[in-house]
Design a protein around this ligand. Structure first.
Ligand code: PEP
Ligand code: MG
Length: 580
């Protein structure tokens, strides 16, 4: 029987293929006690599982390093070193000798270690928790004789759709487009890390399916519709034919839109809009430039730390930034300093925060670790020699954060000068406006920075008190809520009065109706995912800024998000018909 699961559209595209179900979770361990004479064979069984796990990890590492790169694949070396840890082995052996089966002994010890690491004072240890969880799952599965499968095991050309609870760093580095053509996850929302990553990779994705991993089986044929947010399991012939027709239609409209790459982004009443791209991985830069982006409005740099075993050094960062800058010639490239935390965690993250989105995130973490921050700033100042680089700080809440960052930027510059390394000293420093605090103090901030870029993913989350990653709250995550619209309008007005650039780089800018709303609020610079850029440009070219502004005035005065949306949608449809 066919079954349609509905989730949240995360990355457009329709694909059909077999589901590759990956249950990456710690398996249940049935109770089992052993007699004294069984201890040694049990320990031998344990060692065998460790050896198998090591072999598997080396294979996975080898393959992941081919398409994700050796630094990214280093995550698996950390896991091997955990498995080889003598103290861990000795502790498990001692629990086995107390009369427990190997799987129970390993489970108990791993839980102890995870707890201990998670509570550590040392960030380095806390960051290992994710690796411990991966090792816990892998070795326990081997001990219990459960299937042990990694996405990289899929043969080339498998064209599978990865169905998993969440996309952990160790799964992310295994995403090889020659094997996986789509992603479906139980958790996540449009603005969560997995969705942003899928869009960057150009992989169709549906997130927030809640129970995809329990409702379907590996090998089931599925249709994943990333624009509609659906997963059709075991489709009928008619559904397959309809999917093929929609996919062909999508391809045609993509080809048509691609013709717009060279066209100017000007409204029908002559208002010029600057469209830039959000770039999450250096490898996407060339495609983003080809889509017609006039530079990069937001280069996220978290790929350098999320899921990695070690922090990247100055040289590695420099090379990554230069790759993006080179793709954009003289156009501006706005690079954001590390926004780690929230749902973008370095390996294992900071598991002991009760509220990670209100926690030690982004600029807070950077200011508390000046050596890490300055390494990034030095790499940015060096890269700035090659183009129009601008530095952007995430999650700013106070003026102090800007001043402290500027102080560290000065130190980074002096360090480079002392080393005699080529760099640019006068790189513009701007901020993300993504908290109500930043909006309400925008006047003070505007005096201290060169530009504002509104991060609506976080601004909506912090204004409406709706966790951006909680699929269960997705319908309450309403960027067109008048409170959000008023904050955006205020930021734009204050930025314009101060004579600084104001851009919107949150996901709102990538959606036609919302891009229309933003232009109506006076925004003239949008930074969008490369995949959405042509569709947004078509909206720009089809509308009158004056009519958008009239509709936005109504939306600002509306009582609810639904009322604001109705006004905006009616106005947009009157201009160009229903947005795609
Ligand atoms: C935002 O918050 O809107 C944004 C662009 O940043 P991120 O999604 O990386 O938090
Ligand atoms: Mg943000």
């Amino acid at each position: 029987m066919p079954m349609i699961l509905t989730g949240i559209p995360a990355s457009p595209g329709i694909v059909v293929g077999p589901a590759h179900l990956l249950r990456w979770e710690v398996p249940e361990v049935p109770p089992r006690v052993i007699a004294d004479h069984e201890a040694e064979p049990e320990i031998a069984h344990f060692h065998e599982a460790l050896a198998q796990a090591t072999t598997r990890l080396r294979e996975v590492r080898e393959r992941a390093s081919k398409h994700a790169g050796p630094a990214e694949a280093g995550i698996f070396d950390v896991q091997v070193s955990i498995i080889e840890d003598a103290e861990l082995r000795a502790r498990v052996e001692s629990v086995i000798r107390q009369g427990f089966g190997a799987e129970r002994a390993f489970d108990v010890v791993m839980l102890e270690w995870r707890e201990h690491f998670a509570r550590s004072q040392h960030a380095m240890m806390r960051e290992r928790v994710g690796d411990l969880i991966d090792v816990h799952i892998r070795v326990l599965s081997l001990l219990l004789g459960l299937p042990d499968h990694d996405p990289v095991d899929l043969p080339k050309g498998a064209n599978a759709i990865l169905v998993t609870h969440d996309l952990t760093p160790s799964l992310t580095v295994q995403l090889d487009r020659e094997r996986i053509i789509g992603i479906a996850t139980d958790v996540g929302t449009r603005t969560s890390h997995v969705a942003i990553l899928a869009r960057s990779l150009g992989l169709p994705a549906v997130v927030g399916l809640l129970e995809a991993t329990t409702r379907l089986e590996s090998g089931d044929q599925v249709i994943l519709d990333g624009a509609a947010g659906t997963l059709t399991v075991r489709p009928t012939a008619a559904e397959l034919a309809a999917a093929a027709a929609r996919a062909a239609h999508e391809r045609r409209s993509r080809d048509e839109l691609a013709l717009l790459a060279g066209a100017e982004a000007v409204t029908r009443d002559g208002v010029r809009i600057i469209l830039r791209a959000n770039v999450d991985l250096p490898d996407e830069a060339a495609a983003a430039a080809a889509s017609g982006a006039e530079g990069v409005g937001l280069m996220r740099t978290e790929f350098l730390v999320v899921g990695r075993a070690t922090m990247p050094d100055e040289q590695e960062q420099y090379a990554a930034y230069v790759k993006v800058i080179a793709a954009f010639g003289k156009h501006p490239v706005i690079i954001r300093t590390f926004d780690v935390g929230g749902d973008k965690l370095p390996v294992g993250g900071f598991p002991h925060e009760a509220n990670p989105f209100l926690g030690w995130r982004a600029i807070r973490m950077c200011l508390d670790q000046p050596e890490i921050f300055k390494t990034q700033l030095r790499a940015l100042l060096r890269a700035a020699v090659h183009g129009d680089v601008r530095i952007m700080l995430p999650l700013v809440v106070t003026v102090d954060e800007v001043e402290q960052s500027r102080f560290l930027l000065g130190e980074a510059q002096r360090e480079l000068a002392e080393r005699g390394v080529a760099h640019r000293a006068d790189v513009p420093l701007g901020i993300m406006v993504e908290t109500p605090a930043a909006v309400m103090t925008a006047d003070a901030l505007a005096e201290r920075v060169a530009f504002f870029s509104i991060g609506t993913n976080d601004l909506v989350q912090y204004t409406l008190a709706v966790d951006r990653g909680n699929a269960g709250l997705a319908t309450r995550f309403t960027p067109l809520h008048p409170a959000v619209l008023r904050l955006i309008e205020r930021t734009q007005r204050i930025g314009a009065a101060a004579g600084i650039d104001v851009c919107v780089c949150g996901e709102m800018a990538s959606e036609p109706l919302m891009a229309y709303a933003l232009m109506g609020l006076g925004i003239r610079q949008l930074s969008v995912s490369a995949i959405s850029l042509p569709a947004v440009k078509r909206i720009v070219r089809g509308i009158h800024a004056s009519r958008a502004s009239e509709a936005a005035r109504g939306a600002l005065a509306a009582g609810t998000a639904a009322a604001a949306e109705f006004l905006l949608r009616t106005a947009l449809e009157a201009e160009i018909g229903a947005p795609g």
